[in-house]
Design a protein around this ligand. Structure first.
Ligand SMILES: Cc1ncc(COP(=O)(O)O)c(C=O)c1O
Length: 373
């Protein structure tokens, strides 16, 4: 038995689920702790309320450990997008963003630039939507003050090289949307200045479990413009308006949802026990298997072949005329996936069973057999 086995055994979902990039079914531990915490919150006992509330601190400490950061650089958020809003609304200069990024970056940066007189979005269109080190090196200018990127691209599954990006952008800010990889990929988070995520996909913690890390350089350069009453040092301000806290607390509005934070703490505990490297290797193996099946049945893919440049997402890119047939073959076999903009996105987790891979293989075989190409 390895440390990973209990984690793998904790996946108790029905076969066919390959949509972890959309939603991660809650782990058994998260489900049972959540209902126990809800009961504690119903007692009216101070000690019970404190017990659940204190899990916010536990979640922050676990995040800090997994992000290789100090505890006070981490702050809980309602979602990834809220964390990115704190980062982008407080930014000045020019932020480099691929047009193909998830709208949590593109829309937020556009709104922030419209509001602030001193921020502009520097759009670029890297080949294949892959925000490679070379593409960024070519696109940055002297005016660029920050680069914002997804750790794992929601469409293609491209895995950004955070250390490589750091090398080419010098001391400009590196802002990372990590929701599609955190906990499922072994990334160099210390290379980033801001990292934001949420626990409702790969962490299996449900919604409301967002978080953000603001490192030293980020806190020095990003104004906490959306800072609320809970973003100050020293507790509830009374009859005064203190400045925002010097820590990441500055980038928060009010208290976190304690039940959500407790779910996050439970899910992070499961990841820490299993080990990110081991989870990431198992996720990559499943992605390899999906790519193998796609190749075997002649289905083109939009995901990089290089194992180092992908994580859990594999995007099938059928000819437009064949997309409906592919989606139908998958649905007929009970495979759960996301089809969007001509791509069929499959995302297996470490605990995705062989039974699911068999369903996928059968669906792709059926698709290939019915093909007229
Ligand atoms: C890359 C990426 N960023 C952000 C989000 C949205 O995250 P949240 O709901 O935590 O704001 C998603 C959701 O699919 C996503 O794929």
């Amino acid at each position: 038995m390895t440390d990973l086995d209990p984690y793998l055994e904790s996946f108790d979902i029905e076969p066919g689920y390959l949509d972890w990039a959309a939603f991660g079914p809650l782990s058994g531990a998260v489900r049972s702790e959540a209902s126990a915490d809800a009961e504690l919150f119903g007692t009216g006992r101070r000690s019970s309320i404190d017990l659940v509330s204190n899990r916010s601190g536990e979640a922050r400490a676990l995040l800090a450990e997994l992000l290789d950061a100090a505890d006070d650089e981490v702050v809980l958020q309602p979602s990834t997008s809220y964390g990115l809003m704190h980062a982008l609304y407080g930014l000045s200069g020019q932020v480099l963003i691929s047009r193909a990024e998830f709208p949590s970056l593109t829309v937020t940066a556009t709104r922030a630039a419209a509001l602030r007189g001193d921020l502009a979005v520097q759009w670029f269109e890297p080949a294949g939507g892959f925000v490679t080190v070379d593409a960024v090196a070519e696109a940055v200018t002297e005016q660029t003050t920050a680069v914002a990127v997804s750790l794992v691209d929601f469409r293609t599954g491209y895995l950004a090289d955070l250390a490589g990006l750091r090398d080419v952008i010098g001391d400009r800010l590196l802002i990372v949307d990590a929701i599609q990889g955190f906990g499922a990929v072994d990334a160099d988070f210390a290379a980033a200045d801001v990292v934001c995520g949420n626990g409702y996909k790969w962490l299996r913690a449900g919604r409301g479990t967002g978080w953000a890390r603001f490192g030293d350089r980020a806190r020095a350069r990003i104004e906490p413009v959306l800072s609320g009453f809970d973003g100050v040092a020293g507790g509830l301000p009374m009859d005064e308006v203190p400045p925002p806290a010097p820590t990441a607390d500055a980038y928060q509005v009010t208290h976190p949802d304690q039940l959500a934070a407790a779910r996050l703490a439970t899910a992070l505990g499961e990841v820490r026990s299993a080990g990110v490297a081991a989870i990431a290797a198992a996720v990559a193996d499943r992605a390899d298997q999906i790519l193998f099946l796609a190749e075997r049945y002649g289905v083109p893919v939009a995901t990089p072949a290089d194992r180092d440049r992908r994580a859990g997402i594999v995007a099938l890119a059928p000819e437009p005329a064949h997309a409906a047939a592919l989606a139908a073959a998958l649905a007929n076999r009970g495979v759960v996936f996301t089809a969007r903009a001509g791509l069929v996105r499959l995302a297996a987790h470490a605990g995705t069973g062989e039974d699911t891979m068999v369903l996928l293989g059968d669906a792709l075989a059926e698709f290939a057999a019915g093909g007229t190409w």
